[in-house]
Design a protein around this ligand. Structure first.
Ligand code: SAH
Length: 345
């Protein structure tokens, strides 16, 4: 019946790799995928037991100089109230998060030219001074290598920069011509060279994406070897050129999480906000597919709706992490409040 799914999943489980043809089959088949999910869960348990790592997400600004066709905070969206958190506001978010046991703060934002390098460095430095046992992750897009270097010196530990798609023709359908795939990939290699802990990834079901594009994305990740891999379904935003496209599939996202877990057994893989936005009850399935990170939003409540990358973003400001911790527990896992550094084997 589902012999082929089982056979390929076993190969992935044992060899941490398989052929393009097999990946294509797993991504497209209508057969029962239980063997894939089961082995991905087994691998997750072997490496990470039932731990889930928490990261406090702070959306520091929705100002952006770019015009990505899929993204709600693109420059040309004039229906958006723009904001930029102050140093004080960011430190207050960390303070609150820290009190609840968070040990990683992720500062994410648009490519905001008003956020000067020195300001960012100062903020990173202060967070690290104040919360010595914490990690700081940045997710602020494409910058000069020297900026990445200053931020690292200021104390930043990790950097998230999804490559979005490695296929040039697909990239050009998602971005205006002022933007370049080459630059984004260059940034990723610069981050690697500087020895950041690096995260990359892509949207699932972005307009014009093909199975071949997805396989190329997986192969690219095998070359880059990021420690963290974030994927989430594309969701349209009403004020973007892609407003009439359909959301990416939840099932395909879960398949890809399982494939990623088997290809990259040590990877830190979040169950992303976009996945939760399509299905509030997805936590157990996402963790069972191999995800091991959750990023509660600890931004000031009044700004959360303005950081609107896509429609109907789940607004779940974690006043306390109590509910989240309970959901993790009820899914059969336990939250870990360690820094959750990558496993180096
Ligand atoms: N400016 C930063 C952060 C971007 S927002 C950067 O360039 O890295 C973080 C991620 O949200 C993006 O990398 C993209 O993959 C995702 N995203 C943006 N718009 C989206 C949409 N409409 N649906 C789902 N995910 C989206």
């Amino acid at each position: 019946m589902n012999d082929k799914v089982l056979k390929i999943s076993k190969e992935l489980y044992e060899k941490e790799n398989t052929s393009d043809e097999n990946l294509e089959f797993l991504l497209e088949t209508k057969e029962d995928l239980k063997p894939l999910f089961k082995l991905a869960k087994k691998k997750r348990q072997e490496i990470y037991k039932n731990s889930v790592y928490l990261r406090g997400l702070i959306e520091i600004t929705n100002n952006c100089k770019n015009n990505c066709f899929y993204c709600g905070i693109r420059k040309d969206n004039l229906n958006l109230k723009r904001y930029q958190l102050t140093e004080k506001e960011i430190l207050e978010c960390c303070e609150k998060g820290y009190k609840q046991g968070l040990k990683t703060f992720v500062l994410q934002g648009g490519e905001n030219p008003f956020f000067k390098d020195e300001t960012l460095c100062e903020i990173v430095f202060k967070i690290k001074q104040k919360f010595k046992d914490c990690a700081v992750t940045l997710s602020i897009g494409e910058r000069e290598k020297k900026t990445y270097e200053s931020l690292l010196k200021a104390g930043a530990d990790r950097f998230l920069l999804r490559h979005e798609t490695i296929s040039k023709n697909h990239y050009e359908k998602l971005h205006p011509k002022e933007m370049s795939l080459e630059n984004r990939i260059n940034c990723l290699y610069n981050l690697k060279e500087l020895k950041y802990v690096v995260g990359s990834g892509f949207m699932v079901g972005s307009p014009f994406q093909t199975t071949k594009n997805l396989i190329a994305d997986l192969r690219f990740l095998q070359k880059l070897k990021p420690e963290m891999i974030g994927i989430g379904p594309f969701i349209p935003h009403k004020d973007t050129p892609f407003k009439n496209y359909e959301s990416g599939s939840i099932n395909l996202t879960l398949r890809l999480i399982s494939i990623l877990r088997l290809l990259f057994k040590n990877a830190l893989i979040p169950a992303t906000t976009s996945l939760f936005s399509l299905d509030k009850k997805i936590m157990k399935s996402a963790l069972d597919s191999g995800a091991n990170v959750i990023m509660p939003n600890i931004s000031p409540k009044k700004y959360i709706k303005n950081y609107s990358l896509y429609n109907n973003k789940i607004i779940r400001p974690e006043k306390t992490l109590k509910k989240l911790k309970k959901d993790i527990y009820l899914s059969g896992y336990r939250f870990s409040l360690s820094r959750g550094d990558p496993f180096i084997t």
